[in-house]
Design a protein around this ligand. Sequence first.
Ligand SMILES: Cc1cc2nc3c(=O)[nH]c(=O)nc-3n(C[C@H](O)[C@H](O)[C@H](O)COP(=O)(O)OP(=O)(O)OC[C@H]3O[C@@H](n4cnc5c(N)ncnc54)[C@H](O)[C@@H]3O)c2cc1C
Length: 467
Amino acid sequence: MHTDFIPAASAIVGSEALLTGLAALPYFKDWRGRYSGEAIAVVFPANTQQVSDIVKLCAAQQIAIVPQGGNTSLCGASVPLPEGRQIVLNLSLMNQIRAMDAINYTLTVEAGCKLASLYDAAEQANRLFPLGLTAIAPHCEIGGNLSTNAGGIGVLRYGSARDLVLGLEVVLPDGRIWNGLRSLRKDNTGYDLKQLFIGAEGTLGIITAAVLKLFPRPQATATACVAIASPEVAVRLLSNIRATCGQALSGFEIISRNCLDLVFKHIEDTQEPFKRKYDWYLLIKVDDVLQHSPEAMLRNGLLNFGGEVLTFDIANDVQKAEKWWKLRKNISEAQKREGISIKHDVAVPVSRAAEFITQASAALRGRFAGVRIVAFGHMGDGNIHYNASMPEVSENLVFIEQQEHQVNRIVYEVVARLGGTISAEHGLGQLKREAIKDYKAPLELELMRTIKQALDPQGLMNPGKVI
Ligand SMILES: Cc1cc2nc3c(=O)[nH]c(=O)nc-3n(C[C@H](O)[C@H](O)[C@H](O)COP(=O)(O)OP(=O)(O)OC[C@H]3O[C@@H](n4cnc5c(N)ncnc54)[C@H](O)[C@@H]3O)c2cc1C
């Protein structure tokens, strides 16, 4: 049935850059092992022209395209559907740094660059690329980060992926190449087209390269590990500490007791931060390029806040801070080892983050006795990862099969009441494609469909995702 595609595609990328059969299977399955599909082949273009030629071939043969980077999506966005005439277009071979302009504070890179390699490139030029997905940075790729508008630690200071881009190169669904690789900080010449492709999860075109913003590299850094009694205290402390530390505040993460118990169970060489156990912890990071002492800023901020801080400790050496950050970075991995759960990646206004945790937890506990809630995340920007499971791992398959819809409904209703969003940073993918219809205004959905129709009238770009 697809006999025409394989030889024609091989002629474009070379037969060694095209996988079928058993070798292709890992690319059809997502990181969580929740979604897997089928495709004619996985194709690995080496440059933008090859991407364009493959896209033209697909358009001519009515074959859909699933763009793929590091395949670390947590919502089934980067894998093919179970059926359909589609290919996976994996960008990993396009991993060149095209230009470093340290004076303009910009880095021009191809879509397949691993995020970790961009941290290194920036560091070599004494600059910082601040997109803080450190736990997954060796695996995810910048094309995927931009297509999901990734967030991570540091959004409260630097913004999410969307805020870190000056220009893009995109292959459109008809194969034409749009070269928007401008490195300008100001450009008011009409619609900001690049923003359409950022966060589109591969449904509008294929990002092949980007101009990224760099920042001065902090010269001093300190992390505080803080024990508190409740998320309400966290919200107030955040507001206070922002006033003390200003722009130097670059991370404010919340971790619940359940998260730490999972990390200690599954991740080697991890320890309690304090002698006794607490219900809630914060990791607060401050760094600065100036001569101010981040440690002094943090200490003043915490002491000024008074008795609601149960205890705290500050690390200004990297090894000690890394021990704490290891706890935070390994929560997802520990959860994965524990087994499946019902995951949420929600955001509410920062001032309402505690209300979200309290109200959603009360509602879930009222409906599902004994439910285990693993809550953690980027408190500094109102983004809470909020996962529910049964305490007995063996009960989870049935729990998810029978109750996922109900659990989602309870959580999303609280989110909606508080003016939040059901996807803060992971995107919609397949996972939330249906649910979003209930939580986005009909007019917004109509505008999204209009844009999709205008750019991809044949519906060949990542079908079954987002919209
Ligand atoms: C342990 C772990 C921790 C994580 N932590 C975070 C976190 O802190 N913050 C966060 O935001 N996310 C996080 N994620 C989610 C995930 O890593 C991000 O969404 C990441 O940006 C995806 O990058 P990727 O290269 O793996 O993209 P993929 O998963 O391959 O693709 C993601 C989406 O982008 C599309 N896509 C990929 N490349 C392109 C391209 N070049 N052009 C057009 N479309 C493309 C795909 O079709 C898909 O829709 C985490 C995931 C894991 C497993």
